[in-house]
Design a protein around this ligand. Structure first.
Ligand code: TMP
Length: 205
């Protein structure tokens, strides 16, 4: 009798990048291709929806303290991992998330200046140490990002040029430090999808 090989363990794939990079579209495309659960942060649980409202409400302006912002993002992540991500992985389904802890490292760690290591520790607590297997960073030039953002801006999108410059350069720095897969996000949706697939296909085998 031949032994049946165990199915490959389900993988967690995270898309990261600034606003207007097309990562939500690409995350959804990849999830469809893999038959994976598509999910996102912040806000893909009932509790997360409430946290997202507080986090992005423009009325809150700059009144929210950076540490409060980091803790609320971490609270959303804790709920997201417990309620959505871990159960799917344990059931053998791949998960593709539009943003994960990399966003906290960049926006709160570097953008708000709280420090990458401190925010990492907070996220490790939130996720009970569940890291993404593959992190895809979509990069597009600032002019393309601005063109794609033709709607009312939320609280973080209004956070100012210096903050956004730290976020923009921060993504590149952390991609190098942590070995994220960097993909050029300029082009049609189909072109970028093909690029993403070519870049990560082997890691998913
Ligand atoms: P979204 O526009 O991709 O839905 O993300 C909402 C905003 O939340 C976006 O400006 C990035 C920000 N964000 C953080 O600052 N830290 C985080 O950990 C996450 C997940 C998102």
């Amino acid at each position: 009798m031949t032994e049946t090989a165990a199915p490959p363990p389900a993988k967690l794939i995270a898309f990261e990048g600034g606003e207007g990079t097309g990562k939500s579209t690409q995350a959804a495309r990849l999830a469809e291709r893999l038959g994976a659960r598509f999910t996102f942060e912040p806000g893909d649980t009932p509790i997360g929806q409430q946290l997202r409202r507080v986090l992005l409400d423009p009325e809150a302006g700059e009144g929210m303290h950076p540490r409060a912002e980091a803790l609320l993002m971490a609270a959303d992540r804790a709920q997201h991992v417990a309620e959505v991500v871990r159960p799917c992985l344990e059931a053998g389904q791949h998960v593709v998330t539009d943003r994960y802890l990399g966003s906290s490292l960049v926006y709160q760690g570097l953008g708000r200046g709280l420090g990458v290591d401190e925010v990492w520790a907070l996220s490790r607590f939130a996720t009970d140490s569940l890291e993404a297997d593959v992190v895809v960073l979509l990069e597009v030039p600032p002019a393309v990002q601005a063109d794609r953002l033709d709607r009312d801006l939320d609280r973080l999108e209004r956070a100012g040029d210096d903050f956004h410059e730290r976020v923009r350069t921060g993504f590149g720095e952390l991609a190098e430090r942590f070995g994220w897969v960097v993909v050029d996000g300029v082009g049609s949706i189909d072109e970028v999808e093909a690029r993403v697939w070519a870049a990560i296909e082997d890691e998913l085998a």
